[in-house]
Write a new protein. Structure first.
Length: 60
């Protein structure tokens, strides 16, 4: 049995975008499609803009 590491970068439209809401919506979408165990982090981009990084380990 193998495993797959999935990493997605979600870019908000402005620095004032609520990143917690993005994480919540992403978690709901992933769980709706059968995914579990996602981890979320933030990555600085530029000028106060941060991207949400979603990482998920999936056993194949």
């Amino acid at each position: 049995m193998g495993s797959v590491n999935i990493r997605m970068k979600i870019m908000p439209s402005s620095p004032s975008t609520n990143l917690e809401k993005i994480k919540e919506n992403a978690r709901k979408t992933i769980e709706k499609e059968g995914g579990k165990g996602s981890m979320f982090s933030e990555e600085p981009i530029a000028f106060g803009l941060k991207a949400v990084i979603v990482t998920r380990l999936r056993l194949a």
